[in-house]
Ligand binder design. Structure first.
Ligand code: ZN
Length: 328
């Protein structure tokens, strides 16, 4: 545990590390055969459970090169309106002394479900050490230790639940099997982070649900097990898929949400970005509005070695959403 080996390269992400990452990527082709071996029928990747907004992270060149469930402008408006309602409800409850005061610091209990096909590593049997390293990565990212703003959140592993079930391996995004899996496994209240680890459909790195006013059994994050620190997913194996998906779970959009116009990702200090950034394109600037593209932000699509920060605006948005949706 401790600091990730290349924490320093994260701060100096540039041409050199990008080149290295590309070489590693070439050398690693075939290391994760199960990822490329699975492919879904065209069109299937855009399916989304109608009652749950979710968001994902994709690899460059993956089967699902476009976001399987990128939010539309209408869905963002709907979510922002819902946040306003949730905040008003909370304020009303507080006025009636039925709800606790807003929190400024939050420790999130984490239940990790390891979905396995069998007892082999290729069948999803990753060691506990990768999971505890992932918790360390979350705590570093959300405390600002990797170079970004400190957020209110810390994470405490409460349980590792190992489940062998070939019917859930891979975990297929938007499938009835995913619903069945989550319905039978999810633990805790709205404040409990349920993480489902396994092989994933469509070459995805992960996906997550946004907070909702009423607890939904689909609530949680799904993460490619080999994206955890020390995993085999080249360029995506330092645990930042977990960091990114938890960002969605805490109500963050992608930095490229909405492109160059409008309210973008609804955060004031993340410069607008026309489209996702991949690898580590230092100096990228896709909008005429102020600021370079936020390629080092955890909510973009760059390599793990390239992303290292949340902004103060994102930290504020997450805490507001916590108090609106997930606080007791
Ligand atoms: Zn995402």
């Amino acid at each position: 545990m401790g600091l990730r080996p290349n924490l320093l390269t994260r701060r100096a992400a540039g041409v050199a590390s990008t080149t290295l990452a590309l070489l590693l990527s070439t050398a690693a082709v075939g290391v994760v055969p199960a990822v490329s071996a699975f492919s879904a029928a065209p069109g299937e990747v855009c399916a989304e459970p109608a009652d749950v907004h979710s968001d994902a992270r994709v690899k460059k060149g993956g089967i699902a090169e476009h976001e399987p469930n990128e939010l539309t402008a209408a869905q963002v408006r709907e979510r922002e309106a819902d946040l306003a309602i949730a905040l008003r409800d909370r304020a009303n409850h507080r006025a009636g002394a039925q709800a606790a005061s807003p929190l400024a610091a939050v420790t999130i209990p984490v239940v990790v479900h390891v979905i396995q096909r069998d007892a082999t590593r290729a069948g999803g049997n990753i060691p506990d050490s990768m999971i505890t390293s992932q918790i360390t990565v979350l705590n570093q990212a959300y405390s600002g230790a990797t170079g970004g703003a400190a957020t209110a959140f810390s994470f405490q592993l409460s349980k590792i639940n190992r489940v062998t079930n070939p019917a859930w391996y891979p975990i297929v995004q938007g499938s009835s099997a995913e619903r069945q899996m989550k319905t039978s496994l999810r633990e805790g209240g709205k404040n409990t982070l349920n993480v489902y680890l396994g092989e994933l459909s469509d070459d995805l790195l992960g996906w997550a649900t946004f907070p909702q006013r009423k607890l939904n059994s689909m609530d949680g994050v799904v993460v490619l097990s080999e994206s955890l620190p020390g995993g085999t997913a080249a360029n995506y194996n330092q645990g930042d898929t977990g960091t990114h998906e938890v960002g969605h779970w805490l109500n963050l959009y992608h930095t490229f949400q909405g492109g160059c116009s409008g309210t973008g990702d609804s955060v004031g200090d993340t410069p607008a970005e026309a489209s996702p950034a991949f690898e580590c394109p230092t100096g990228r600037d896709t909008c005429t509005t102020a600021g370079l593209d936020p390629i080092t932000n955890f909510m973009d699509y760059t390599y793990d070695s390239c992303m290292y920060q949340f902004t103060a605006g994102q930290a504020s948005r997450m805490l507001t959403a916590w108090n609106a949706y997930r606080a007791a």
